[in-house]
Design a protein around this ligand. Structure first.
Ligand SMILES: NC(=O)c1ccc[n+]([C@@H]2O[C@H](COP(=O)([O-])OP(=O)(O)OC[C@H]3O[C@@H](n4cnc5c(N)ncnc54)[C@H](OP(=O)(O)O)[C@@H]3O)[C@@H](O)[C@H]2O)c1
Length: 254
């Protein structure tokens, strides 16, 4: 009998943390369905990982209904997924009263609606097979509301709560859910116009607050062996998350 094909689907695979998930999952998977809007980047990733894993690029904008339908179809065609990494995301910084609603809505569509659609599509086959890993890319920004970034943070907080509840529903099915909350991570995230237009520059952030994508991804995959659902990579980030939770407890008088 042929051994089962081990398949992953990674959204936002054309850059940063998503591309790094593909690199590190290539050791564990036969096939990786890699999605993003930039076809040339997905082709370059396929060439880079040739001989390690077969990359199936799917070009789709997950902030749109059409794009989500394309990727949902890819989930159905791929057979049971071993790994689903809901990673595609971006930040739209700006004072809410002045910001364009469209980019705020796109964050919700990409981080929340796409994650719900792909997770719902992947689960029946995972449940039938009795195994699987779902990693949702949240953020350190999910622990508190900050001016000019709270729609982003709130969309990521949704993923923490969603992941915690989902894990409880699925633990008897052999499926592990993780909400990964990186802090500042070197990638293309902070180069995007929706961040830079708010005047952000990397130098504003102390060097000790930054992590590299390979380190973040390695800690995420390592944490799949443990019990934690909400995973904060790196000591500096854990200290920041702890302070945010303490501030909430103080508001509650605890
Ligand atoms: N970097 C950080 O400091 C940081 C911190 C905490 C959390 N995160 C989260 O980590 C995840 C990955 O971000 P990153 O740092 O790797 O940023 P990145 O380098 O900018 O990569 C983002 C990825 O998402 C894809 N993407 C963006 N909009 C999309 C859309 N509408 N439809 C489909 N794909 C889309 C991009 O591909 P295309 O442009 O080709 O579509 C790209 O592959 C995000 O969810 C982000 O919120 C990042």
């Amino acid at each position: 009998m042929q051994p089962p094909v081990i398949t992953a689907l990674v959204t936002g695979a054309s850059a940063g943390i998503g591309a790094e998930f593909c690199r590190q999952l290539a050791d564990r998977c036969d096939v990786i369905v890699a999605t993003g809007r930039r076809e040339d980047r997905l082709s370059a990733l396929a060439a880079e990982l040739e001989g390690q894993a077969e990359i199936h690029p799917v070009v789709a904008d997950l902030a749109t209904n059409e794009g989500r339908s394309l990727v949902v179809a890819a989930v159905h065609q791929s057979g049971p997924l071993e790994y689903l990494v809901n990673n595609a995301g971006f930040g739209a910084a700006g004072i809410f009263a002045e910001t364009d609603l469209e980019s705020q809505q796109q964050q919700v569509d990409l981080h929340i609606t796409a994650t719900l659609a792909l997770t719902r599509a992947a689960l029946p086959a995972m449940i039938e097979r009795g195994r699987g890993f779902i990693i949702n890319l949240s953020s350190l920004a999910s622990f508190a509301g900050y001016p000019a970034g709270m729609v982003y943070g709130a969309s990521k907080a949704f993923l923490n709560i969603f992941s915690e509840g989902l894990q409880q529903e699925l633990s008897s099915h052999g499926i592990k859910v993780q909400s990964l909350c990186p802090g500042y991570t070197y990638s293309e995230f902070h180069d995007r116009e929706t961040i830079s237009r708010a005047g952000f520059s990397r130098e504003q952030v102390p060097p000790e607050a930054w992590m590299d994508a390979p380190e973040v991804v390695a800690l995420s995959l390592e944490a799949l062996n443990g019990e934690q659902v909400v995973v904060v990579p790196g000591e500096h980030n854990i200290a920041v998350a702890r302070e945010s939770v303490r501030a909430l407890l103080r508001q509650l008088g605890a």
